[in-house]
Design a protein around this ligand. Structure first.
Ligand SMILES: [Mg+2]
Length: 305
Protein backbone atom coordinates (compact mmCIF):
# COMPACT_ATOMS: atom_id res chain seq x y z
CA UNK A 1 0.00 0.00 0.00
CA UNK A 2 1.27 3.43 -0.78
CA UNK A 3 -0.42 6.72 -1.16
CA UNK A 4 0.61 8.57 -4.30
CA UNK A 5 2.69 11.68 -3.65
CA UNK A 6 0.70 14.83 -3.18
CA UNK A 7 1.03 17.30 -6.00
CA UNK A 8 0.27 20.94 -6.42
CA UNK A 9 -3.39 21.62 -7.01
CA UNK A 10 -3.94 24.45 -9.44
CA UNK A 11 -7.21 25.41 -7.87
CA UNK A 12 -6.09 24.84 -4.30
CA UNK A 13 -6.57 28.43 -3.20
CA UNK A 14 -10.09 28.44 -4.53
CA UNK A 15 -10.77 25.13 -2.86
CA UNK A 16 -9.64 26.34 0.54
CA UNK A 17 -11.69 29.49 0.26
CA UNK A 18 -14.74 27.57 -0.88
CA UNK A 19 -14.63 24.78 1.62
CA UNK A 20 -13.82 26.60 4.81
CA UNK A 21 -14.26 24.57 7.98
CA UNK A 22 -17.79 24.53 9.26
CA UNK A 23 -19.21 25.54 5.92
CA UNK A 24 -21.45 22.50 5.77
CA UNK A 25 -24.65 23.16 7.65
CA UNK A 26 -26.91 20.32 6.51
CA UNK A 27 -27.57 17.44 8.86
CA UNK A 28 -27.53 13.95 7.34
CA UNK A 29 -30.29 11.58 8.42
CA UNK A 30 -29.31 7.95 8.69
CA UNK A 31 -31.76 5.45 7.21
CA UNK A 32 -31.79 3.46 10.41
CA UNK A 33 -31.43 6.36 12.79
CA UNK A 34 -32.74 5.73 16.30
CA UNK A 35 -35.86 7.53 17.45
CA UNK A 36 -35.34 11.14 18.41
CA UNK A 37 -36.24 10.23 21.96
CA UNK A 38 -33.44 7.67 22.27
CA UNK A 39 -31.23 8.55 25.23
CA UNK A 40 -27.70 9.61 24.45
CA UNK A 41 -25.06 7.65 26.26
CA UNK A 42 -21.80 9.04 27.51
CA UNK A 43 -19.89 6.37 25.56
CA UNK A 44 -21.60 7.24 22.29
CA UNK A 45 -20.94 10.92 22.73
CA UNK A 46 -17.27 10.24 23.44
CA UNK A 47 -16.70 7.98 20.41
CA UNK A 48 -14.89 9.94 17.73
CA UNK A 49 -16.23 9.74 14.20
CA UNK A 50 -13.96 8.21 11.57
CA UNK A 51 -14.62 8.07 7.84
CA UNK A 52 -13.18 4.56 7.62
CA UNK A 53 -15.06 2.79 10.41
CA UNK A 54 -17.74 1.17 8.26
CA UNK A 55 -15.32 0.25 5.50
CA UNK A 56 -12.94 -1.51 7.89
CA UNK A 57 -15.79 -3.33 9.59
CA UNK A 58 -17.21 -4.43 6.24
CA UNK A 59 -13.91 -6.06 5.34
CA UNK A 60 -13.43 -7.60 8.76
CA UNK A 61 -16.92 -8.59 9.86
CA UNK A 62 -19.23 -8.95 6.89
CA UNK A 63 -20.05 -12.21 5.15
CA UNK A 64 -20.59 -10.05 2.08
CA UNK A 65 -16.90 -9.14 1.76
CA UNK A 66 -15.89 -12.75 2.26
CA UNK A 67 -18.31 -13.85 -0.46
CA UNK A 68 -17.27 -11.07 -2.86
CA UNK A 69 -13.56 -11.89 -2.65
CA UNK A 70 -14.16 -15.62 -2.95
CA UNK A 71 -16.37 -15.02 -5.98
CA UNK A 72 -13.52 -13.23 -7.75
CA UNK A 73 -10.96 -15.93 -7.08
CA UNK A 74 -13.25 -18.86 -7.85
CA UNK A 75 -14.29 -17.30 -11.15
CA UNK A 76 -10.64 -16.62 -12.05
CA UNK A 77 -9.70 -20.21 -11.24
CA UNK A 78 -12.40 -21.42 -13.60
CA UNK A 79 -10.91 -19.32 -16.43
CA UNK A 80 -7.30 -20.50 -16.03
CA UNK A 81 -7.50 -23.42 -18.45
CA UNK A 82 -9.04 -21.28 -21.21
CA UNK A 83 -6.30 -18.68 -20.71
CA UNK A 84 -3.60 -21.33 -20.85
CA UNK A 85 -4.95 -22.94 -24.01
CA UNK A 86 -5.25 -19.72 -26.03
CA UNK A 87 -1.73 -18.71 -27.15
CA UNK A 88 -2.94 -15.20 -27.96
CA UNK A 89 -4.40 -14.60 -24.48
CA UNK A 90 -2.45 -11.84 -22.72
CA UNK A 91 -3.50 -9.53 -19.88
CA UNK A 92 -1.12 -6.67 -20.62
CA UNK A 93 -2.59 -3.87 -22.69
CA UNK A 94 -0.86 -3.67 -26.11
CA UNK A 95 0.80 -0.33 -25.32
CA UNK A 96 2.48 -1.89 -22.29
CA UNK A 97 3.81 -4.92 -24.14
CA UNK A 98 7.01 -4.38 -26.10
CA UNK A 99 7.58 -8.00 -27.10
CA UNK A 100 5.29 -10.78 -28.37
CA UNK A 101 3.67 -12.81 -25.60
CA UNK A 102 3.19 -15.90 -27.71
CA UNK A 103 5.48 -18.75 -26.68
CA UNK A 104 6.50 -17.28 -23.35
CA UNK A 105 5.86 -19.24 -20.14
CA UNK A 106 2.60 -18.32 -18.37
CA UNK A 107 2.31 -16.10 -15.30
CA UNK A 108 -0.28 -14.22 -13.34
CA UNK A 109 0.51 -10.76 -11.96
CA UNK A 110 -0.89 -9.96 -8.55
CA UNK A 111 -0.86 -6.82 -6.47
CA UNK A 112 -0.32 -7.58 -2.78
CA UNK A 113 -2.15 -5.21 -0.44
CA UNK A 114 -5.88 -5.80 -0.32
CA UNK A 115 -5.47 -8.16 -3.28
CA UNK A 116 -3.66 -11.07 -1.67
CA UNK A 117 -2.96 -9.77 1.85
CA UNK A 118 -5.61 -8.21 4.09
CA UNK A 119 -4.24 -5.22 5.99
CA UNK A 120 -7.51 -4.27 7.64
CA UNK A 121 -5.98 -4.65 11.13
CA UNK A 122 -3.61 -1.82 10.22
CA UNK A 123 -6.56 0.25 8.99
CA UNK A 124 -8.34 -0.57 12.24
CA UNK A 125 -5.36 0.78 14.15
CA UNK A 126 -5.70 4.04 12.31
CA UNK A 127 -9.39 4.22 13.16
CA UNK A 128 -8.69 3.40 16.80
CA UNK A 129 -5.96 6.02 17.02
CA UNK A 130 -7.70 8.66 14.95
CA UNK A 131 -4.64 8.78 12.70
CA UNK A 132 -3.91 8.46 9.01
CA UNK A 133 -1.53 6.33 6.93
CA UNK A 134 2.16 7.11 7.17
CA UNK A 135 5.25 5.17 6.17
CA UNK A 136 6.53 4.68 9.72
CA UNK A 137 3.42 2.95 11.04
CA UNK A 138 2.98 1.10 7.75
CA UNK A 139 6.52 -0.29 7.77
CA UNK A 140 6.05 -1.41 11.38
CA UNK A 141 2.87 -3.27 10.43
CA UNK A 142 4.53 -4.98 7.47
CA UNK A 143 7.43 -6.12 9.65
CA UNK A 144 4.95 -7.76 12.03
CA UNK A 145 4.04 -10.15 9.17
CA UNK A 146 0.53 -10.58 10.57
CA UNK A 147 -1.54 -9.89 7.47
CA UNK A 148 -3.98 -12.66 6.64
CA UNK A 149 -4.77 -13.79 3.08
CA UNK A 150 -7.69 -12.27 1.20
CA UNK A 151 -10.48 -14.88 1.05
CA UNK A 152 -10.01 -17.28 -1.85
CA UNK A 153 -6.54 -16.18 -2.93
CA UNK A 154 -4.58 -19.11 -1.52
CA UNK A 155 -6.76 -21.63 -3.31
CA UNK A 156 -6.45 -19.69 -6.57
CA UNK A 157 -2.68 -19.21 -6.37
CA UNK A 158 -2.10 -22.85 -5.55
CA UNK A 159 -4.28 -23.92 -8.45
CA UNK A 160 -2.27 -21.66 -10.75
CA UNK A 161 0.99 -23.00 -9.41
CA UNK A 162 -0.19 -26.57 -9.96
CA UNK A 163 -0.79 -25.73 -13.63
CA UNK A 164 2.78 -24.47 -14.03
CA UNK A 165 1.84 -20.80 -13.84
CA UNK A 166 4.28 -18.47 -12.07
CA UNK A 167 2.79 -16.04 -9.57
CA UNK A 168 4.44 -12.61 -9.79
CA UNK A 169 3.78 -9.95 -7.17
CA UNK A 170 3.92 -6.34 -8.35
CA UNK A 171 3.42 -4.25 -5.25
CA UNK A 172 3.96 -0.72 -4.01
CA UNK A 173 5.43 -2.09 -0.85
CA UNK A 174 8.94 -0.68 -0.90
CA UNK A 175 11.81 -2.92 -1.97
CA UNK A 176 13.36 -2.73 1.51
CA UNK A 177 10.29 -4.59 2.79
CA UNK A 178 10.91 -7.63 0.60
CA UNK A 179 11.98 -9.92 3.43
CA UNK A 180 8.98 -9.51 5.78
CA UNK A 181 6.65 -9.36 2.79
CA UNK A 182 7.77 -12.67 1.27
CA UNK A 183 7.81 -14.25 4.73
CA UNK A 184 4.20 -13.15 5.25
CA UNK A 185 3.17 -14.48 1.83
CA UNK A 186 4.83 -17.82 2.48
CA UNK A 187 3.39 -18.07 6.01
CA UNK A 188 -0.18 -17.84 4.75
CA UNK A 189 0.46 -20.48 2.09
CA UNK A 190 0.95 -18.37 -1.03
CA UNK A 191 3.48 -19.58 -3.62
CA UNK A 192 6.73 -17.63 -3.76
CA UNK A 193 9.06 -19.21 -6.31
CA UNK A 194 12.02 -17.05 -5.34
CA UNK A 195 12.88 -13.43 -4.54
CA UNK A 196 12.62 -12.46 -8.21
CA UNK A 197 8.83 -12.79 -8.18
CA UNK A 198 8.56 -9.69 -5.95
CA UNK A 199 8.71 -6.40 -7.84
CA UNK A 200 8.32 -3.73 -5.20
CA UNK A 201 8.38 0.03 -5.24
CA UNK A 202 11.85 1.08 -6.36
CA UNK A 203 12.63 -2.13 -8.24
CA UNK A 204 15.09 -1.32 -11.02
CA UNK A 205 13.82 -2.10 -14.48
CA UNK A 206 16.45 -1.79 -17.23
CA UNK A 207 15.52 0.63 -20.02
CA UNK A 208 12.43 1.90 -18.25
CA UNK A 209 12.09 4.98 -16.08
CA UNK A 210 9.68 4.33 -13.23
CA UNK A 211 7.59 7.32 -12.17
CA UNK A 212 6.64 7.36 -8.49
CA UNK A 213 4.42 4.45 -7.58
CA UNK A 214 3.42 3.81 -11.19
CA UNK A 215 3.65 0.11 -12.06
CA UNK A 216 4.08 0.39 -15.83
CA UNK A 217 7.79 -0.50 -15.91
CA UNK A 218 7.31 -3.48 -13.66
CA UNK A 219 4.43 -4.80 -15.75
CA UNK A 220 6.58 -4.44 -18.85
CA UNK A 221 9.42 -6.22 -17.08
CA UNK A 222 7.17 -9.17 -16.24
CA UNK A 223 5.96 -9.18 -19.83
CA UNK A 224 9.51 -9.58 -21.17
CA UNK A 225 9.71 -13.06 -19.65
CA UNK A 226 6.11 -14.16 -19.37
CA UNK A 227 2.77 -14.33 -21.09
CA UNK A 228 0.59 -12.69 -18.46
CA UNK A 229 -2.63 -14.65 -18.29
CA UNK A 230 -4.33 -12.52 -15.67
CA UNK A 231 -3.82 -9.50 -13.48
CA UNK A 232 -5.29 -9.04 -10.01
CA UNK A 233 -5.61 -5.80 -8.07
CA UNK A 234 -7.74 -3.58 -5.89
CA UNK A 235 -6.79 -0.38 -7.74
CA UNK A 236 -7.31 0.54 -11.36
CA UNK A 237 -3.62 1.41 -11.58
CA UNK A 238 -2.75 -2.20 -10.82
CA UNK A 239 -3.85 -3.11 -14.36
CA UNK A 240 -2.78 -0.28 -16.66
CA UNK A 241 -1.28 3.17 -16.45
CA UNK A 242 -3.55 5.99 -15.33
CA UNK A 243 -2.28 9.09 -17.09
CA UNK A 244 -4.14 11.50 -14.81
CA UNK A 245 -5.74 10.53 -11.51
CA UNK A 246 -9.03 12.29 -12.08
CA UNK A 247 -12.49 10.75 -11.80
CA UNK A 248 -12.99 11.34 -15.54
CA UNK A 249 -9.72 9.70 -16.66
CA UNK A 250 -10.29 6.78 -14.33
CA UNK A 251 -13.81 6.25 -15.61
CA UNK A 252 -12.56 6.38 -19.21
CA UNK A 253 -9.84 3.79 -18.55
CA UNK A 254 -12.30 1.47 -16.84
CA UNK A 255 -14.82 1.82 -19.67
CA UNK A 256 -12.16 1.25 -22.34
CA UNK A 257 -11.18 -2.07 -20.82
CA UNK A 258 -14.57 -3.12 -19.52
CA UNK A 259 -14.43 -6.35 -21.48
CA UNK A 260 -11.23 -7.43 -19.78
CA UNK A 261 -12.66 -7.43 -16.27
CA UNK A 262 -13.79 -10.88 -15.31
CA UNK A 263 -11.64 -12.38 -18.09
CA UNK A 264 -8.06 -11.13 -17.92
CA UNK A 265 -8.39 -8.55 -15.13
CA UNK A 266 -9.83 -9.28 -11.70
CA UNK A 267 -10.70 -6.51 -9.27
CA UNK A 268 -10.89 -7.14 -5.54
CA UNK A 269 -13.16 -4.95 -3.40
CA UNK A 270 -11.35 -2.46 -1.17
CA UNK A 271 -13.54 0.19 0.40
CA UNK A 272 -10.87 1.29 2.92
CA UNK A 273 -8.54 3.34 0.70
CA UNK A 274 -7.45 3.77 -2.89
CA UNK A 275 -6.62 6.23 -5.61
CA UNK A 276 -10.32 6.80 -6.25
CA UNK A 277 -10.42 8.82 -3.01
CA UNK A 278 -7.71 11.45 -3.66
CA UNK A 279 -9.03 11.79 -7.20
CA UNK A 280 -12.02 13.44 -5.52
CA UNK A 281 -9.90 16.14 -3.86
CA UNK A 282 -7.38 16.74 -6.63
CA UNK A 283 -4.84 14.39 -5.02
CA UNK A 284 -3.96 17.04 -2.48
CA UNK A 285 -3.10 15.17 0.71
CA UNK A 286 -1.64 18.38 2.12
CA UNK A 287 -5.12 19.69 2.68
CA UNK A 288 -6.30 19.36 6.29
CA UNK A 289 -8.37 16.27 6.89
CA UNK A 290 -11.53 18.30 7.53
CA UNK A 291 -11.17 20.16 4.24
CA UNK A 292 -10.68 16.88 2.34
CA UNK A 293 -13.77 15.48 4.07
CA UNK A 294 -15.81 18.50 3.12
CA UNK A 295 -14.71 18.18 -0.50
CA UNK A 296 -15.69 14.52 -0.49
CA UNK A 297 -19.12 15.32 0.94
CA UNK A 298 -19.66 17.69 -1.94
CA UNK A 299 -18.68 14.94 -4.40
CA UNK A 300 -21.65 12.81 -3.36
CA UNK A 301 -24.55 12.28 -5.71
CA UNK A 302 -27.33 13.35 -3.34
CA UNK A 303 -30.96 12.55 -3.96
CA UNK A 304 -33.08 15.67 -3.83
CA UNK A 305 -34.82 17.14 -2.01
MG1 LIG B 1 -3.47 -3.03 -3.43
Amino acid sequence: MRRPPAFTAPFLATLVATFALGACSSTPVARDAPPATAPKTVAAAATPADDNLNAVLWVQRSAEYQAAAETVYRAATARLDAALKDPTWDALVPEERANPARGLPPAVVMDIDETVLDNSPYQARLVRDGSEYNEVTWDAWVREQRAKPVPGVVEFARAAQAKGITVIYISNRAEHLIEPTLANLRAVGLPVKDDSVFLGLGAHVPDCEQEGSEKLCRRQFAGRSYRVLMQFGDQLGDFAQILANTPEARAELQARHRGWFGERWWMLPNPTYGSWEPALFNNNWREPREVRRDTKRKAMDVASP
